[in-house]
Write a protein that binds this ligand. Structure first.
Ligand SMILES: Nc1ncnc2c1ncn2[C@@H]1O[C@H](COP(=O)(O)OP(=O)(O)OP(=O)(O)O)[C@@H](O)[C@H]1O
Ligand SMILES: [Mg+2]
Length: 453
C-alpha cells in the first residue's frame, strides 16, 4: 500500500484526509505538530506528505527542508489558505512538489497524488542503472512441444507467487519469459525492474540492489534506494545471476529467505514484497562444484526452474520464427518480401544458431532492410549461415577407395586446401572473415595458407 502522511494542526483536516485517502487505498498517518510529523516520517517512510503551511511553532518552509533531508524522494504537497499564492510559490521554490488550497477537495487531492507518484517513479528511474523493462506485449512464438511446455509453465507460475529460475543460452528469450510471467501475474500493475548482475562491478551491483544511506561510503552524498526497494510490490529480474559475487550471493540469500535487507551503511531492516526471477545461461551446477555459486542460494532460486531450449533444438520453429520476423520487418520497413526459397529454409534449419532467436531476428531484420526481392534466396544469407562447411551433404556417402599409394594426410590436406580456397573467395581474401567462416582461428588459417599456397 502506498503511504501518505498528513501534518496539520486542525484535527478535523487530519481526520477527513485520513478517512478519504484510506477509502481509496492509501495507508495514511497523521500528525498535529511538525515535530511529531518529522518523527513519524522517519519510521513510516511515506511517499507523499501533505503539509499545512500554518503550523504553530515551526516555519513551514523549514519543515519542507527537514523532510527532504530525511528522504529527498518524498514529495511534499503543501496546503494553503485560499488565495495565498505567495506562500505557495515560496514553498515550491523551496522544494515542495505542489500546493493545494483549503477547503480541500478530495478529487483535486487525488489528482495531485497521482502526479506526485508519477514524478517519484520517473525520478527513481533516472537516478539508477536499473532499467524498467519495456513491457510491450510481444508474443513469444513457438510450436515446438518443448516450447509449449514452457508456455504452460509460464501460465502456472504467473499465478503462483514463487521464485523462478530461467535457464537457457544467450538469445533464447529468457527476458521475454520473465516479462510474460510478470505480465500475467497479480503484480502486473506494479513495475518489473531488472538488473544485469554481470554488467556491473560488485560494489555497484550491491548499491543498485540494496541502495545506500547518506555517507555510507565516499561519494554517497545522499540516501539512495535500491532496486529491491523501488520494485516493492512488483517483480525483480536478476539477469545473469551466475555472475554475482559470493558475498552478494550471501546477502541475496537473506532477501530470499526473509524478504528483508539493509541499505549499505544502514541499520534498519527494510522489508519488501517482491517476486524474484533469476536468469542465467551459466551452468550453475558446475559453478557450485567450483565453489563459485552458493548451493543454498541455488536451491532457493530453483523453486521452479524453466529451461528454454536452444533454437537449433526447436526444429521447425526456426521457420515459424523466421516468417514471424519477416512479417514484422516487412511492416516496419515497408517491404513486401513474401518468403524464403527452399534452399534458404534448409540453411536456416541446419544452421546451429549460436546467438539463438536474437541472431535469427537480427539476420531477418538485416535482409529485410537491405534487399527488395520477392523471395529471400541463398545470396541474401550472411556467410556464416550460407557456408558449405557444417552443411549436411551426401558427401560422406561417397565411396572412397584406398589403394597402395593412399595417404590419409595428403587427402586431408587436399580437402583443407579446397575449403580454404572457397572461404577466401567468398570473403574477398579477408583472413579474419574466412577464418570465422571455417571455424578456425585467424592464426590457424594463416599457418595453413603459408603451408599450402
Ligand atoms: N519465442 C520468441 N518469439 C519471438 N521473439 C523472441 C522469442 N524468443 C526471443 N525473442 C526475441 O529475441 C531477442 C532475445 O530475447 P531475450 O532478450 O529475451 O533473450 P535472453 O535469453 O534474455 O538473452 P541474453 O542471454 O543474451 O540476455 C528479443 O528481441 C526477443 O524479442
Ligand atoms: Mg537477457
Amino acid at each position: 500500500m502506498k503511504r501518505i502522511q498528513v501534518i496539520d494542526d486542525e484535527a478535523f483536516i487530519c481526520k477527513t484526509l485520513k478517512e478519504g485517502l484510506t477509502d481509496i487505498g492509501y495507508e495514511v498517518k497523521t500528525s498535529l505538530t511538525g515535530e511529531n510529523g518529522l518523527r513519524k516520517i522517519e519510521s513510516f517512510k511515506p511517499l507523499i506528505v501533505f503539509l499545512d503551511m500554518r503550523l504553530e511553532r515551526v516555519n513551514g518552509i523549514d519543515l519542507i527542508e527537514r523532510i527532504k533531508k530525511i528522504d529527498e524522494d518524498i514529495e511534499v504537497v503543501i496546503m494553503t489558505a485560499f488565495g495565498d499564492i505567495e506562500t505557495a510559490v515560496k514553498a515550491i521554490k523551496n522544494g515542495a512538489f505542489d500546493y493545494i488550497n483549503k477547503p480541500l477537495d478530495l478529487e483535486e487531492i487525488n489528482l495531485i497524488i497521482a502526479k506526485a507518484l508519477k514524478s517519484i517513479e520517473v525520478k527513481r528511474k533516472l537516478n539508477s542503472y536499473v532499467k524498467e523493462k519495456k513491457l510491450k506485449d510481444e508474443a513469444i512464438i513457438g510450436n515446438n512441444p518443448v516450447m509449449k511446455e514452457v508456455f504452460e509453465k509460464i501460465n502456472i507460475i504467473a499465478k503462483n507467487d514463487v521464485t523462478v529460475l530461467i535457464r537457457g543460452q544467450t538469445g533464447t528469450g529468457k527476458e521475454m519469459v520473465a516479462n510474460s510471467i510478470h505480465k500475467k501475474s497479480n503484480r502486473r500493475d506494479s513495475s518489473m525492474l531488472s538488473i544485469n548482475c554481470g554488467a556491473l562491478p560488485k560494489e555497484l551491483v550491491e548499491s543498485e540492489l540494496f541502495g545506500f544511506e547518506k555517507n555510507a561510503f565516499t561519494g554517497a552524498f545522499k540516501r539512495k534506494k535500491g532496486l529491491l526497494e523501488i520494485a516493492d510490490g512488483g517483480t525483480v529480474l536478476l539477469d545473469e545471476i551466475g555472475e554475482l559475487s559470493y558475498d552478494t550471493q550471501t546477502k541475496l540469500l537473506r532477501v530470499l529467505e526473509t524478504r528483508k535487507f539493509k541499505r549499505i551503511g544502514g541499520v534498519d531492516d527494510i522489508e519488501v514484497d517482491i517476486r524474484i526471477i533469476a536468469a542465467t545461461n551459466k551452468n550453475l551446477e558446475k559453478a557450485i562444484e567450483n565453489n563459485e555459486f552458493r548451493e543454498d542460494l541455488f536451491y532457493r532460486l530453483n523453486v521452479v526452474p524453466i529451461k528454454i531450449p536452444s533454437l537449433k533444438d526447436r526444429g521447425g520453429d526456426v521457420l515459424i520464427l523466421a516468417k514471424y520476423f519477416l512479417n514484422k520487418y516487412n511492416k516496419k520497413f515497408g517491404k513486401e518480401i513474401k518468403g524464403f526459397d527452399d534452399e534458404v529454409k534448409d540453411k536456416l534449419l541446419n544452421y546451429h544458431w549460436p546467438g539463438n532467436v536474437r541472431e535469427l531476428k537480427n539476420v531477418i531484420e538485416r535482409i529485410t532492410i537491405l534487399h527488395d526481392t520477392p523471395f529471400i534466396n541463398l545470396n541474401h544469407l550472411p556467410l556464416e549461415i550460407n557456408k558449405p562447411l557444417g552443411e549436411k551433404t551426401k558427401d560422406n556417402e561417397v565411396k572412397v577407395s584406398i589403394n597402395e599409394s593412399f595417404s590419409l594426410e595428403k587427402e586431408v590436406e587436399k580437402l583443407e586446401k579446397k575449403y580454404i580456397k572457397i572461404a577466401l573467395d567468398k570473403c574477398n581474401n579477408n583472413y579474419s572473415k574466412s577464418a570465422s567462416l571455417l571455424g578456425i582461428s585467424r592464426f590457424a588459417l594463416k599457418r595453413r595458407i603459408e603451408k599450402y599456397f
